[in-house]
Design a protein around this ligand. Structure first.
Ligand SMILES: NC(=O)c1ccc[n+]([C@@H]2O[C@H](COP(=O)([O-])OP(=O)(O)OC[C@H]3O[C@@H](n4cnc5c(N)ncnc54)[C@H](O)[C@@H]3O)[C@@H](O)[C@H]2O)c1
Length: 361
């Protein structure tokens, strides 16, 4: 028999609403508390969403004193680390929004805290619940492509730079890579079974963000709006990763998986519905096209539709709590994603290839 799962929400801004709306659809979940560092914001959130039984706090530490099963961490990136570690130490399961953390060291500490507390630390990548993404993984893992030796992926926005905390290095950690690049990395690495990264040679720039013609907060813009990296992976594989918040081009090209027996090409992110084209010894056929009409990168859709991939990700967290684990998208796995972003930033700063070393946790 399922029991009622008590949830706290830490950070009550934009994405917290999608978490709350998902939990509100679950009869076995009670949102018991909301915390936000801006005084009064948690109360407003509770009122707006009609969370009649929830208590409001100005500090996540007070929220963590309650008897809760789990928390959704919905703060800006910089606060993921402190709030998640405190929550795990307080014996709560954690669903943390993406990206995992701002630095690799913080990510390591978060995973260590989860292991020590024997609690779930799962990362909020809703595209994992997109059946198209599952189809891609199934094809790659089935071996039908043969040995996949080259993957090219990345999202390319022509004009899509956020502002505020997203462009502050200390608060966000990285720019386009932390915001949208982590999704593309997860698409590629998840399909490959998260192989170990060995080294990376990367270039990043911010020609658009720092130019007042293109960004209204140009003087505050500290992160990259474009990045490209060649990542060597274990098993003789290589990943060509490209990302942009802004550029004079419509796309950075499709995602490609090149194998010794066949290749798989996917529609570039943001360029319309998913489709996959398979090209191998059997010729070229359309393999799938926008399964179930799902789209990635659209949490707002949860406000319009009853159920979507955002709901699925939040539900997977609750199911894992009900069933005693494991984490649906383990922090340990996403540490690899964080280590690649860390390597890209180091390589770009040093102007040369650097090793990627993931500490033991
Ligand atoms: N999964 C997705 O599709 C998706 C979409 C957008 C944003 N995000 C992620 O969600 C996170 C939040 O983004 P957002 O757009 O909701 O930001 P936001 O600025 O709208 O909201 C963040 C809230 O957290 C509060 N806060 C800051 N530090 C805090 C702390 N220590 N304790 C409690 N509250 C604190 C802020 O006052 C603010 O109200 C980011 O990490 C972002 O990358 C994910």
């Amino acid at each position: 028999m399922t029991r009622t799962i008590k949830i706290g929400i830490i950070g009550s801004g934009g994405i917290a609403q999608a978490h709350a709306r998902s939990y509100l659809q679950m009869p076995d979940v009670e949102i018991a508390a909301v915390a936000d560092v801006v005084p009064g914001r948690a109360e407003q959130f509770i009122e707006k969403l009609g969370l009649t039984r929830a208590k409001a706090f100005d500090s996540h530490l007070e929220l963590l004193e309650l008897d809760l099963d789990g928390v959704s961490v919905c703060t800006p990136n910089v606060a993921h680390h402190r709030t998640s570690v405190d929550a795990l130490n307080a014996g709560k399961h954690v669903l943390v929004e993406k990206p995992l953390a701002v630095t690799l060291e913080q990510g390591v500490e978060m995973v260590q805290a989860g292991k020590k507390a024997e609690k779930i630390l799962t990362v909020g990548f809703q595209p994992r619940y997109d059946p198209n993404m599952q189809a891609v993984k199934d094809i790659v893992q089935s071996g039908q492509l043969g040995n996949v030796y080259y993957v090219q992926t990345g999202g390319g926005r022509r004009r899509g730079m956020p502002g505020g905390t997203f462009i502050n290095k200390e608060l966000a950690g990285a720019g386009a890579m932390a915001d949208i690049g982590c999704y593309s990395l997860d698409l590629a690495l998840n399909a490959l079974g998260y192989p170990k990264p060995l080294s990376v040679s990367a270039y990043t720039s911010n020609h658009f963000g720092t130019n007042p013609t293109y960004h209204r907060e140009a003087e505050k813009f500290e992160v990259e709006d474009f990045g490209v990296a060649l990542v060597r992976l274990e098993g003789g594989k290589v990943l060509n990763f490209k990302i942009s918040w802004a550029m004079h081009m419509d796309s950075l090209g499709p995602t490609l998986f090149l194998g010794t027996d066949a290749g798989l090409k996917l529609t570039p992110a943001g360029s319309g519905p998913w489709s996959g084209v398979w090209d191998g010894g059997i010729g070229s056929i359309t393999l799938f096209h926008d399964i179930q009409g799902h789209h990635t990168e659209s949490p707002i859709a949860v406000q319009k539709h009853d159920r979507n991939i955002f709901y699925e990700k939040v539900r997977a967290f609750v199911d894992a709590i009900q069933e005693g684990g494991p984490a649906p998208i383990p922090g340990e796995e996403i540490l690899i994603n964080q280590a690649i972003i860390d390597g890209i930033l180091r390589s770009s700063a040093q102007g040369r290839e650097v090793d990627i070393v993931i500490p033991e946790v």
